[in-house]
Design a protein around this ligand. Structure first.
Ligand code: ADP
Ligand code: MG
Length: 321
């Protein structure tokens, strides 16, 4: 099957319906460009590379899901409504010949796209080491967008879902030991918190999605807002599997593990009821874990007492320890 047949079969035909009925999309796959009529847009790109972000034997449907999920997570963290996305795909020749594999990849991606009314509107396909690069487009009122630089002294710090399960599953997989099915799902098929993010637009003061661990990602918000924070370790939402580990392991996975794709956001204490209403409306659990302070730096509290944790978020180009 040639390049154009592959694009037609995997992407153009299956994506045509959603693109045709999605308001704001004037023209989808098939021309030199897609055409949108959409007002202010939030735009983000995230790339998954074989051997770096996923294993060679990864399930193709889960891979398709995750490639789009991590991008939708960025829209969620901005409070934006998904509109559409483009896919740049590099595919080794032997994978391109494996039609069931390719169809599962596309199906996993397009199922999540349909769930979020996010139309595949274009892309590029080339031979090369397996790489999926997606750019998402979302609608958001710029005045209500959840930027990283909006936190204020005294704001509450909140987290959606639970932390550390994906990192736990990854560590187990490297060690050749099984994790729970629930933890595996968190790693392989993360849930982008789109409905929560949208409900928080205009309520939260700042937000980020957790891709590299709370310690590093919250530090990005604090740096952008030029503030510090304290976080209560005993308020962190953790699964039973993490709670069964030693405090050191638990904290490392929950705070410096990656791939959670939960939202970390700040909001004024006066917004607590509004935050809980957003949580209920989006059926997404949230937990209040700390507070922003004027003093720079991140202070971890255990039973109210400051503790030292040697942690940092993931950095692809960090020098080896
Ligand atoms: P061009 O050469 O003009 O850039 P291509 O031949 O690369 O166009 O692509 C043909 C059409 O198929 C374009 O509309 C492009 O957006 C779309 N397309 C190519 N690859 C993908 C892909 N992986 N996913 C979605 N659409 C794609
Ligand atoms: Mg062209």
């Amino acid at each position: 099957m040639g390049e154009f047949e592959l694009i037609e079969r995997l992407f153009k035909a299956p994506a045509a319906g959603l693109a045709a009925r999605r308001p704001g999309v004037l023209l989808g796959i098939g021309d030199d460009c897609a055409l949108l009529d959409a007002g202010p847009l939030a735009i983000s790109t995230d790339m998954l590379v074989e051997g770096r972000h996923f294993f060679r034997d990864a399930d193709p449907a889960a891979l398709g899901h995750k490639a789009l999920a991590v991008n939708l997570s960025d829209l969620a963290a901005m409070g934006a409504e998904p509109l559409g996305f483009t896919l740049a795909l590099a595919l080794p020749a032997e994978r391109a010949r494996d039609l069931p594999w390719c169809e599962a990849l596309a199906a996993g991606m397009l199922a999540l796209a349909a769930e979020h009314d996010c139309a595949l509107i274009g892309g590029d396909t080339t031979a090369g080491p397996l790489t999926l690069s997606i750019t998402v487009f979302g609608r958001v009122d710029p005045a209500r967008a959840l930027r990283r630089d909006g936190a204020r002294d005294g704001d509450d710090i909140w987290i959606s879902g639970v932390l550390g399960d994906a990192a736990f599953a990854l560590e187990r997989r490297y060690a050749g030991r099984p994790a729970s099915a629930a933890a595996d799902l968190r790693l392989d098929r993360p849930t982008p918190r789109v409905a929560l993010g949208r409900a928080l637009a205009g309520v939260a003061s700042a937000a980020i999605d957790l891709s590299d661990g709370l310690a590093g990602d919250l530090a990005h918000v604090l740096a952008a807002s030029r503030l510090g924070a304290r976080v209560d370790l005993d308020r962190l939402p953790l699964s039973a599997e993490l709670l069964a580990l030693s405090p050191g392991q638990r904290h490392r996975l929950a705070l410096a593990g990656g791939d959670d794709y939960e939202l970390c956001f700040t909001a004024a204490p006066a917004q607590r009821e509004a935050v809980l209403a957003a949580s209920r409306a989006s059926a997404t659990p949230v937990a209040r874990i700390g507070a922003v302070s004027a003093t720079p730096g991140l202070v971890w509290l255990d039973a109210g007492q400051p503790v030292e944790l040697a942690l940092r978020g993931f950095d692809h180009f960090a020098p080896a320890l």
